[in-house]
Ligand binder design. Sequence first.
Ligand code: PLP
Length: 365
Amino acid sequence: MACISSETERYSFAAGPAMLPSAVLAQIRDELPDWNRSGFSMLEQPFTTSAFKQLMAETEQDLRTLLSIPQNYRVLFVQGGASAQFGLVPLNLLRPGQSADYLESGHWARKAIVEARRHAPVSVMASGSTQNFTALPAAQDWQCDPNAGYCHITSNETGNGLQLPHFPELSVPLVADMTSDFLTRSVPVERFGLIYASAQKNLGVAGLCLLIVRDDLLQPPQPSLPSALSYAVQAEQQSRFNTPPTFALYVANLMLRWIKYQGGLAAMAAATERKSRRLYACIDHSGLYHCRQPAVDRSKVNVCFELREPRLLSAFLSEAEHVGLHHLAGHAAVGGIRASLYNAMPLAGVDRLVEFMTRFERIHG
Ligand SMILES: Cc1ncc(COP(=O)(O)O)c(C=O)c1O
């Protein structure tokens, strides 16, 4: 978290769980002993009270407003994270015998493919594997089957530092894992059959996964699918078939209010643009740092780069920690350095990182 004094400011560049805005942290701290004058903390609230139902309704309404979610879409709050959705998407959306198309864009898309293949036939419609996932497959090379049950994309590859700049209009339902860039920009929800995202990067804390699903895709669960994991059942029961992740929902509610107060998704997108531009400019003007991703495919939320002198990596990471810049190591499967610039990361954090990188290069480069 960013503390008040500039002497002690610390920034987390972790890929998640991520920093929270200091205003949100302060409100959690203030309300913790007694939420909504109930005499109990948020951690002790039954999800069946009218006050908690109102919090859920408000959270949904804020999401609908921020993302302009059309009326024919349902918003679900579920447990299990995006990784559970990797398997649940085919189980909920495909009819017997149907297959699905996947864009293999990087680490997380590959995980989604492996899980989906446990339940259904999956075709890879385009892959970045030949470039070792340092670039996205060109949109004109996507081989989309018009008979597929859906087409799955990963809007932002958290570990590979790649982000889809646009979303296609397809004849089959478009399904997106938006875990790492959810609420960092506006998206045309009406082009999607399903959007899902874990909350712990841009929408609060771990434990909550958010689904936005077009209502014609909801179908009665196959007998082998537990009811708690059925989108149709959760939609029918307003995400209260079982206990929803109450504390994570409360934090999401505060995060959405914070985003609205900052100016909504236009403000989030502008801030994300400003932060990432500043960091990429530092990398591109340096002789020590190097970014392999082509400019058009670069992620604005997970900036991944390397040192031309890899032996300096551990010095870079430990010296960064000494000056309050934390969790900059790249994804375990990729290596190098990664700076995650989610909504709560202030521009001041990026300035501090750029200042540190410039000084580090002057000394070691
Ligand atoms: C793009 C993407 N998808 C899925 C996941 C997995 O999310 P979870 O750990 O909440 O299941 C992550 C986590 O970092 C991610 O970045």
